[in-house]
Design a protein around this ligand. Structure first.
Ligand code: ADP
Length: 258
């Protein structure tokens, strides 16, 4: 993957702008700075290597050289999409999941932001919003996809098992440009349908641990059966007293079992 091959592969898509780096601290940091200084809608920051990739709560995300996809997508939402902006994480997760399905794999979305294959994390998403008063000015959607085996961090650094497309396919995956093209094509498709029930239904079908007992750890830990999604993308659980509990977006992490 290099800038030339990326530009060529992505030329069929309606990209706002593209900044490519052989190595960068964090693609989200670069994208946040670019968004603040007026990046057009659907601009991309892509790096071959991240030296300080971030997860949520300042956890680290590993992207060694030539191993995976580290991409930050800048979105400026049209006014008609603003009521649905909380669905953006689902949109990104669905786009990565559909791309994995297209490769013959069986992905699941660990709400809110991870893609699993065979119960192991193959991709993560980090969304950061830029606000203008009470309204979202723009969003930066960071996507990290483990493509080759080398992208998988050593087990002792992980709280959750990880995998790569190469490991799961048992053979060489398609080129990273090709995988990114598929993710962004799916994203473009679903973005036009951001307000539809279909988006929520398909996202819900792909949820990991549906019908199982899960624990959501946040300020107040919650345990219950994972039922599905609310229309804003919040998670719906049934607690021990059969009461429906809604988990909004926030710093929660989901672990199977009770
Ligand atoms: P979670 O959703 O599991 O709470 P985050 O989305 O914040 O976690 O992602 C950061 C965590 O992901 C890190 O703490 C690390 O354990 C794990 N991690 C870091 N790099 C990778 C990678 N390339 N593949 C899979 N997991 C990773």
């Amino acid at each position: 993957m290099n800038e030339h091959s990326l530009r060529k592969k992505l030329s069929k898509l309606d990209i706002g702008g593209l900044r490519y780096f052989d190595s960068i601290g964090s693609t989200n940091d670069e994208a946040l700075a670019w968004a603040t200084s007026g990046a057009p809608d659907f601009s991309l920051v892509i790096a071959d290597e991240q030296t300080h990739g971030r997860g949520r709560l300042d956890r680290k995300w590993f992207t060694p050289k030539r191993s995976g996809l580290a991409v930050s997508l800048i979105l400026r939402l049209p006014a008609s999409h603003l009521p649905y902006f909380s669905r953006t994480g689902g949109l990104a997760a669905l786009s990565i999941a559909e791309t994995c399905s297209g490769l013959g794999l069986a992905p699941r979305i660990k709400w809110p932001n991870d893609i699993l294959i065979n119960s192991k994390k193959v991709a993560g998403i980090l969304i950061e919003n830029i606000w203008a008063g009470d309204e979202v000015d723009s969003l930066v959607i960071g996507m990290g996809v483990n493509v080759y085996k080398d992208s998988v961090p050593p087990a002792e650094l992980l709280q959750f098992p990880a995998t790569s497309l190469e490991d799961e396919l048992g053979k060489n995956p398609p080129a990273r440009e090709e995988i990114l093209f598929k993710i962004l094509s799916a994203f473009t498709h679903w973005r036009e349908r951001i307000g539809t029930d279909e988006l929520i239904q398909i996202w819900e079908k792909l949820l990991a641990f549906r019908g199982e007992q899960v624990q959501v750890s946040g300020d107040i830990p919650i345990t219950g059966e994972l039922l599905g999604l609310e229309s804003d993308g919040s998670l719906r659980l049934r607690d021990a007293s059969s009461k429906s509990v809604i988990v909004r977006f926030g710093d929660v992490s989901l672990r199977p079992g009770a």
